[in-house]
Write a protein that binds this ligand. Structure first.
Ligand SMILES: [Zn+2]
Length: 245
């Protein structure tokens, strides 16, 4: 029996048989891991309460023939406590988990950067000090960067001509100059692009000055970029409540 240990965030929990669950985690060192937690649906299971979605945990696994098995769990951060009671935080956090699940498709592939982004976003949502909608969009832009899909926010995505440019094309990968602009491009204001750049590099003082209109437009572009790259919409994203808390 081979044992290993890692820290991870619980992305998803599925029923397995009468008493067990399959837990999907994004881990620091082992990428995405799907593992069985045995007996956790019994009300007396202490392990079960620790492997709920949003939990940041330290886990010991043993390598099984098909799925690995969780043998010990310690809670590092119970992010769920600050998230599940608030609809806006909850829906934003669900979109974070679903994005992480989709972007870490290959199990075992290292995803350290994405793991750190997930932890940071859940911590900010649970703390409640920042607008959940901005936290989510910052996470999504950084997750796009992790996947190599950062949108061009100033230079032209096609020819590299230094911007800022007025047109923005999801298919072309962001800002586009007048010569490269495909038909049907959007025309976000300069403020929208400034907000997206601030969210991507974590300049919160700039991001938090953005108007509601700019926030809405930036959210729309981020959602469209994500959908384009993931090739289908996230189930959780249309449910996210977008209002200033
Ligand atoms: Zn161009």
């Amino acid at each position: 029996m081979s044992l290993y240990r890692d820290t991870g965030v619980v992305l998803r929990v599925q029923k397995l048989g009468e008493a067990d669950r399959i837990i999907t985690l994004i881990t620091r060192n082992h990428g995405k891991v799907r593992a069985v937690a045995k007996g956790v649906r019994r009300t007396t299971s202490r392990l079960g309460a620790r492997v709920e979605p949003f939990a940041h945990v330290d886990v010991q696994f043993y390598t099984g023939r098909t799925l690995d098995v969780i043998t010990q769990v310690q809670t590092i951060d119970a992010f769920g406590a600050g998230i599940v009671g608030d609809y806006q935080r909850y829906t934003s956090a669900c979109a974070v988990l679903e994005t992480a699940d989709r972007m870490s498709a290959e199990e075992g592939e290292p995803v350290l950067r994405l793991y750190l982004l997930v932890g940071g976003a859940l911590r900010a949502l649970a703390d409640g000090t920042r607008d959940p909608s901005l936290v989510l969009d910052a996470f999504l832009l950084r997750a796009l960067a992790f996947a190599g899909w950062s949108p061009a926010l100033s230079e032209c995505a096609r020819c590299g001509d230094p911007g800022p440019h007025r047109a923005f094309s999801i298919q072309a990968g962001g800002s586009v100059c007048p010569r490269c602009k495909p038909p049907g491009s959007a025309s976000p204001t300069h403020e929208v692009l400034t907000l997206m750049a601030a969210l991507a590099d974590g300049t919160w003082a700039v991001a938090e000055r953005a108007t509601d209109a700019a926030r809405r437009e930036a959210s729309g572009l981020v959602a469209a970029l994500l959908q384009w790259h993931l090739e289908r919409q996230l189930r959780s994203l249309p449910l996210v409540e977008r209002r200033r808390p």
